[in-house]
Design a protein around this ligand. Sequence first.
Ligand code: FAD
Length: 403
Amino acid sequence: MTNPTRICIIGGGIIGASIAFHLSEAGCSNITIVERTNIACGASGRAGGFLAKNWRTGAEGKFSESSFLAHNELAERLKNEFSTDVLYRRLTTYNLSVDEITDKTKKSNDSTSLPKWITANVHQQEILGNEDTTAQVHPGLLTNALVKIVENRGGRVVIGKANGFLFETITTHTEKDEHHQTSPIRAVKLLIEDQDPIEADIFILTMGPWTYQAAPWFRDAMVFKENISHQLDAISGVKAHSIVFKGNQPTEPYAFFLAYQSNDGKVLDPEIYPRSNGDIYVCGFAEQQSQNLVDSGNSVPIDEKSCDHLRQIAVQISSTLKDANVEIKQACYLPQSNDGNPLIGRLYGLNNVYIATGHSCWGILNSLATGAQLTQLILKGEMSPFLKQCDPARFFRRTTTQK
Ligand SMILES: Cc1cc2nc3c(=O)[nH]c(=O)nc-3n(C[C@H](O)[C@H](O)[C@H](O)COP(=O)(O)OP(=O)(O)OC[C@H]3O[C@@H](n4cnc5c(N)ncnc54)[C@H](O)[C@@H]3O)c2cc1C
């Protein structure tokens, strides 16, 4: 049966796309995704797409494992039911210790377990995962595929910049609600720059690293006695570069995490992922963390030197890349919370505004569990142990004494 609840999701990255998809699976068809630039313009279109089953522990470990298994199932469904290939496959994953070359006479790697095209002098190697525990997916293809399904089921994408809410106070609500206290305030409309506002019953903020930009939407609303906006201020962006070598590169199912000792004494940790379509994706190191991000995911400034450095490292790992074309040089921001855990749940103090962000370097992996579990919370009020850890209320601060 279709659920008539009007849902408005702000942000068209993998988290917004997955939530939209899971809500549509549960029968919601009246879904609007508001995206400022284009679907997957941020980290969700520029990530590696590496997935690990058991690299986390405790409640988070269970959450990640369920998401890892869901990726496998979903990729098969996308292929069989929707004729969509998101380049999902299982991998063997290595950690390789390599020094920046100073001694040209060093012989190349002669380990038989590594593929032949790894030509660097690897002085230590460790298997981090096998085809039961590690995998990859193309994050941009996945995000777009999920949004397309939601659109085909009656949802829509609005390209526009969300910039506030209209709120109303609920005077009849007196009961204690399930996971917080009384929530007398609800959002009724999302304001969008130069466009008509969107009315909805449920709003979900999935603006990734830009979530802090929504803090003033709540701070400025005179109805609030409490500082709801601290929950959003807890998010910022960490910049990272990546490059993609295109076409006819080695495609074997491996992923490489490097411990790269550079000549200046620093140990860098780039990652190299061949994809089944002949691309080789290489991403770099976390750079500065900031709440001063450029507005569009397509305009994040690219530092040529950082990209050249990634290329140089990749060529050292595999000399077959020496003449290969770097077709994509890009930078994006990963969403980071102040305590390292995502924020997933209802915003403290509001009746119908939810948030899902702060997934840091595991947003692609954890997107499916996030979508599934937030759907459970919204439609059934159920919270898993990890969702309790992710409650945004942990960043809530009272600023006035209640009467
Ligand atoms: C280099 C790199 C490699 C990574 N590799 C991996 C990996 O291998 N595996 C993994 O699991 N994770 C990886 N990650 C992490 C992952 O990419 C992120 O956690 C994930 O993409 C975050 O998704 P998101 O939807 O929260 O944010 P985003 O992808 O940033 O999406 C947020 C969206 O909100 C939109 N938006 C913002 N403000 C507004 C507004 N006011 N109005 C309308 N729309 C708005 C933006 O335009 C954007 O499209 C990597 C990250 C980086 C940077």
